[in-house]
Design a protein around this ligand. Structure first.
Ligand code: ADP
Ligand code: MG
Length: 243
């Protein structure tokens, strides 16, 4: 396994929109190479939390560090180069580029800025690992939906992230695709040594892929623990039934 793993520490993170807290005093310590699930009803603040960690949004208060290095105040590309990879709730591929070019763009950025950093996987090796090599010359947006999601993950991996943040990667997938994604995420952790934070509504998926689960509710962490403990927690069940 690669040794790109790092601890991601989120301490006292808050973000308000107008007068309303989207994320409120969130503290979350993510271990190197951990697969952490992030769940909660719509509007709980999950995507906002990822946007705060990746530099898309600036927090009002709080701190994000990776292996002690302060990430706050970094721009999106700086966060990416520092080792935080992400995918979006809505797929964002370069529509006019083919599959290989979509990964190449990220890879080029990474190699320009990360000399001496973690070893970068060659593009075709990465595509092969992701089951996309035979589709390398296809225009990205002509791929079936599940494979576009895969390509988004491949693109994030081209920057050799220490932490990979996936926002609803199984959304819109059928059962077979979602099943394959469970295996893929575990393989990514093995192959790349990165930690993974995965937001997902499908609790069966979360139970299968995650070692720990954090529940967000109205911007705050309701509980964190093993999937068994969290998904059987009456407070969590209430939040979902009440949603
Ligand atoms: P989730 O991903 O858990 O569904 P979000 O993080 O998208 O939740 O949203 C959390 C809350 O913050 C919601 O009330 C949402 O309406 C609000 N919100 C998110 N982004 C913005 C924004 N850019 N401007 C104003 N309000 C926002
Ligand atoms: Mg969201």
């Amino acid at each position: 396994p690669a040794e790109s793993g790092a601890c991601l520490d989120i301490v006292g993170l808050s973000k308000r929109f107008g007068g309303v807290y989207a994320v409120r005093d969130v503290t979350l310590r993510c271990g190197a190479g951990e697969i952490l699930g992030l769940i909660g009803p719509n509007g709980a603040g999950k995507s906002t939390l990822i946007n705060l960690i990746t530099g898309t949004l600036r927090p009002d208060t709080g701190k994000v560090t990776m292996d002690g290095r302060v990430m706050n105040g970094m721009s999106v590309p700086e966060c990416a180069r520092a080792g935080i990879g992400r995918t979006f709730q809505n797929i964002r591929l370069f529509a006019n580029l083919d599959v290989r070019q979509n990964v190449e763009v990220a890879h080029t950025t990474a190699s320009r800025h990360r000399e001496g950093g973690p070893e970068l996987h060659e593009i075709d090796d990465l595509l092969a690992r992701m089951g996309l090599l035979s589709l390398a010359d296809r225009q990205a947006t002509t791929l079936p939906y599940g494979l576009q999601r895969r390509l988004e993950i491949a693109r994030a991996l081209a920057l050799a992230p220490s932490y990979l943040l996936l926002d609803e990667p199984a959304a819109g997938m059928n059962d077979a695709e979602s099943e394959q994604l469970v295996d893929l995420i575990q393989k990514i952790r093995e192959d790349f040594g990165c930690g993974v934070i995965v937001i997902e509504h499908d609790l069966r998926f979360i139970r299968r892929v995650c070692e720990r689960v954090a529940v967000l509710h109205m911007g705050e962490i309701l509980t964190i623990g093993s999937p068994e403990a969290v998904l059987n927690d009456p407070r969590v069940i209430e939040v979902y039934i009440g949603a």
